[in-house]
Design a protein around this ligand. Sequence first.
Ligand SMILES: [Fe+2]
Length: 194
Amino acid sequence: MTTVKYSLEDFTHDMESLLESQPGNQQIFDKGSAWLERLVSNTDSIPVEFRLPLGTGPRPNHASRLLYQGKSGLQVTAVVWGAGEHLGPHDHRTWGMIGILDNGITETRYSRVDDHDVDGYAKLEKDRAATLKPGEITLLVPIEDEIHQMDNLGDRPAVEIHVYGADLRGLERSSFNLETGKITNFRTTKWDNC
Ligand SMILES: [Fe+2]
């Protein structure tokens, strides 16, 4: 039998206590990423039913399930990426922390390098890419460093825990076409906070 030393409930309790003090992003990242690292260091901290692809629908190899939604805005989801899945560059419009729970996911970060003076257009440049392993954390810093692309280049589903400072349902966000520079604004009705 596996003992869960640091549970999702422990994590959300710690995060809500921190958010009550209205911390800055740096404080959230300093403390929150250590807690998230602790949570995802044990795969069994999240029940197996939240770690499986949906198996049906238009994206049967994918899943995005809500684990927690607080009145503060704190949102925690479990996201499953099937083998070969790809999601192009997009932003988030709130602080975020992603912890890798199972298998690996390749994240490519982009910087926006245009002057923001043409409506609907953005020029992105690749900043860095890394394949993240279980137990690792990646941070989304609003405006400064929050545009990324996700690829599961492995042959098994990758599972992540996503933590955001706002409920992403209904929040206007943008996706970016690297070739044409076209910006597409979107809002999701579910917690599709990839
Ligand atoms: Fe994302």
